[in-house]
Design a protein around this ligand. Sequence first.
Ligand code: RFL
Ligand code: PHB
Length: 391
Amino acid sequence: MRTQVGIVGAGPAGLLLSHLLARQGVSSVILETRSRDEIESTIRAGVLEQGTVDLLTEAGLADRMRREGHVHHGIELRFEGQGHRVDLSGLTGGRAITVYAQHEVIKDLVKARLDAGGRILFEAKDVRLSGLDERTPRISFLHEGRAQTIDCDFIAGCDGFHGVSRASIPAALKVEYERKYDFGWFGILVEAPPSSKELIYASHDRGFALVSTRSETIQRLYFQCDPKDDVANWPDERIWEELDLRLSTEDGWRVKRGRIFQKGIIAMRSFVVEPLQYGRLFLAGDAAHIVPPTGAKGLNLAAADVKVLARAFEEHYTRGRSDLLESYSATVLKRIWRSEHFSWWMTSMLHRFPDGDPIQRRFQLAELRNVAASEAAARLLAENYVGLPMA
Ligand code: RFL
Ligand code: PHB
């Protein structure tokens, strides 16, 4: 096979990139190790920034999101038994977030791509990249039992944190920055109506908790846990007791209970590789960077990367200009580090540091009270949370 841009990975980054390229007349093939069923049912993110929603809308991918997603104009910070609303829209000139599950975005993107005749090869095995610093890089893989190759002009590495793309860059030509946290998130899906109209980020002496939502009948809740813990240690009753302890307020608010039908533990890290380019390989999304989920930035950052990358490919193919491709890494790293910092800051402000110095909790509460009391501090949170304008 031959294509202009070979895309490794059918996550939000790879699918959206393929879609944006097709609109500009640039051909691509997507290779994905998992099955369509699997990628369409993996539970992950839920919060879309205004800029991501705008990008999906401009690309004609937003019909179902507009019908089924929920626009939120504020979030609540909860600490010391009280809630404090951050008026996202009021503080950012009307910007907002949309709550719409990542696997729904994936379903919409896969369908749009296949309907338009796009090529996605699911269940590809043993994917390898070669010739990255030559004119015609190549992707080799096994598909339906046959060894195959795709010759490309460029390769977009959109294969997530554990993919092959970043690993294909020689160690001497990249620097990896990483921080691991000693805590993780326990996430559940619950059959229950919303406990709150807006997301609640709670900081409690026992640890962080988050009330998010999916629909009128399904809720998404998280609480800080030991990343090495086992879901088997958390029968439903223990989960509800822990959530009550961390979330209850002085006025008697309680989280709504229901049947828990999914449980999982998520480790947390901050990670960036620099640069995001090696020869004809360009990294985008989780392949290049990871944020802890507290700022709800991961998927949004992936979308921001591919917006810049798609435009750089368009300039290359329509005007023969390569400067945007050459500056891709430097361009996206600015936003990446802003989001990394914001996600680290939200994480640090809201979580219990298991072996932390007791002074840490005092600092956190001072910071939280400041965000609740100072419009300037709240605006800083709001601007970052709804997302800075895209390049
Ligand atoms: P993905 O989604 O990991 O997709 C990569 C795809 O590549 C495939 N792959 C390969 N394909 C071919 N060959 C190989 N060798 C391959 N190796 C891997 C994989 O199967 C996969 O399909 O990366 P992408 O596209 O960069 O997208 C990133 C986002 O998925 C991620 O940042 C977000 O989910 C992070 N995140 C959140 N982001 C937000 O913006 N808002 C949120 O509210 C939010 N909440 C979250 C989150 C992530 C979470 N988890 C589970 C880590 C909440 C959670 C719980
Ligand atoms: C989610 O709904 O899954 C979600 C919401 C906010 C976050 C992270 C995840 O910060």
